[in-house]
Design a protein around this ligand. Structure first.
Ligand SMILES: [Ca+2]
Length: 457
């Protein structure tokens, strides 16, 4: 056989394989809960909150015990999921949140228009996971909480998503869909008003998207704002349907956060159960990668289990979250993985699962988890670095260093998951190694501004 013929045959075989692979491109659904604690799911040991549908996803897939987010609260955590980059690299390294809400300032359209929530947003030169999936031929849809900029230029349909249904700021009232007085529910670029609890509305939209896209590969970013406390001044206003409240209220007890929180979790779990049922009904569930995470650790009524600290802190209670992935045939059922991974790893994992090319000249901060999910390899991640204002933390292997206004120290997570015993004095060489790694990372982040592929000097 001549060289040319052989090469032509190989090329033809490769093209054939690629076409077959493309035909089998999986659907990908990323489900994000808001402020769900590390131990709030049955599959993570909770015995009070009923989450049978999420537990079933874990039973049919892989559950991780050592996954952290990149930032301990909403906006930057989500920006790094959307870009696959550290918040400090993509430029969205603090909350997009008006300080006025702290002293109960109620906005109108005019005052809101002048507020940081209308002027801040993710750098529009960043490449989102929506854009990346679109480049691989996916239909891309975003339902729920965007939290990466509320002005039109920042909204999902300008940022790689075919459609958007939800809200763009960091929190709203579940029933009025207002953010401190301002109507905040969108369909695509238009604000809309309709009746209903947001968890139900997001479920309705997710089911519609599955129905409408059942014949083509789709990427659905489904970001509930449950079980986050509602962004409303009326703290007595009911924020969950009575049906769910009744599951947790004790006889005669008033409606309160201790009832609202688990009720919001179970309502979300029911919605997720319907999403999974719809995938099955269309025969899609075997070829759909479903990933479930929380955007940061739990707060208030949440349960972070053995972890120290809470949302907004750099102890594990603020950073470590449930991560569950299900893809029958590719991920074996009932696996528990104890390797260190982060939500920065989702972007490259979705590229790998879909065959999407990495965005050109963009530095990603994560690893492809497909070999881990398929049980072919251990996690590649050894380190991760964190900064929230003046609070700093680093993870290198089993070692965790925290230096924050609320406490700190050097901890050995392999023996001390609760970050109770400060080993700084006992192990100065380890402390120097971990702090040195953090300082190198900080210099790299500083050098990345202007960022990534956009620098022109
Ligand atoms: Ca959150």
């Amino acid at each position: 056989m001549g060289q040319m013929t052989r090469r032509a045959l190989l090329q033809s075989a490769a093209l054939g394989a690629m076409t077959a692979q493309q035909r089998r491109q999986p659907n990908i659904i990323l489900i994000i809960a808001d402020d769900l604690g590390y131990a709030d799911l049955g599959c993570y040991g909770n015995t009070r909150i009923r989450t049978p549908n999420i537990d079933r996803i874990a039973a049919e897939g892989m559950r991780f015990t050592d996954c952290t987010v990149s930032w301990p609260a909403c906006t930057p955590s989500r920006s790094s999921i959307l870009t696959g980059r550290y918040p400090q690299r993509n430029g969205l390294y603090d909350m997009i949140r008006n300080q006025e809400v702290n002293w109960k300032f109620e906005f109108n359209e005019e005052t809101y228009a002048l507020s940081p929530e209308m002027t801040l947003g993710m750098d529009t030169r960043e490449v989102t996971i929506g854009q990346a999936m679109k480049s691989a031929g996916y239909a891309t849809h975003l339902v729920g909480k965007w939290d990466s900029g509320r002005a039109k230029r920042f909204l999902p349909v300008q940022r790689g998503f075919d459609s958007f249904y939800g809200f763009a700021n960091t929190g709203v009232d579940f029933y009025t869909h207002k953010r401190y007085g301002v109507p905040s529910l969108f369909r695509n670029n238009e604000r809309i008003e309709e009746e209903g609890h947001l968890t139900d509305l997001f479920k309705r939209e997710a089911l519609r998207i599955i129905d409408e896209n059942r014949a083509r590969p789709f990427f659905l970013y489904l970001a509930f704002n449950a079980p986050h406390i509602a962004s409303t001044f009326d703290k007595k206003a009911r924020q969950v349907p009575e049906k769910y409240e009744r599951m947790y209220s004790t006889e005669g007890a008033p409606y309160n956060r201790k009832v609202e929180y688990p009720a919001l979790c179970t309502q979300m779990d029911d919605a997720i159960g319907e999403v999974m049922a719809r995938l099955r009904a269309h025969g899609l569930d075997d070829n759909t990668l479903v990933v479930f995470i929380s955007d940061n650790g739990g707060d208030g009524a949440a349960d972070n289990g053995p972890l120290r600290g809470r949302k907004a802190q750099l102890f594990e209670g603020g950073l470590r979250i449930p991560l569950i992935a299900r893809w029958p045939g590719r991920i074996a059922a009932g696996r528990v993985n104890r390797g260190f991974v982060t939500t920065l790893d989702l972007f490259p994992t979705f590229l790998s699962a879909s065959g999407a090319p990495p965005p050109a000249a963009v530095k990603l901060d994560g690893f492809d988890l497909m070999p881990v999910l398929e049980g072919r390899a251990q996690t590649q991640r050894r380190e991760c670095f964190y900064q929230e204002k003046s609070s700093k933390a680093a993870r290198v292997g089993q070692w965790k260093w925290v230096e924050a206004r609320y406490g700190g120290g050097l901890f050995d997570l392999s023996r001390d998951l609760g970050e109770k015993t400060d080993l700084s004095a006992e192990k100065p060489e380890v402390l120097a190694m971990v702090k040195g790694a953090w300082t190198r990372w900080r210099k790299e982040m500083d050098a990345a501004d202007p960022r990534g592929p956009f620098r022109d000097f």
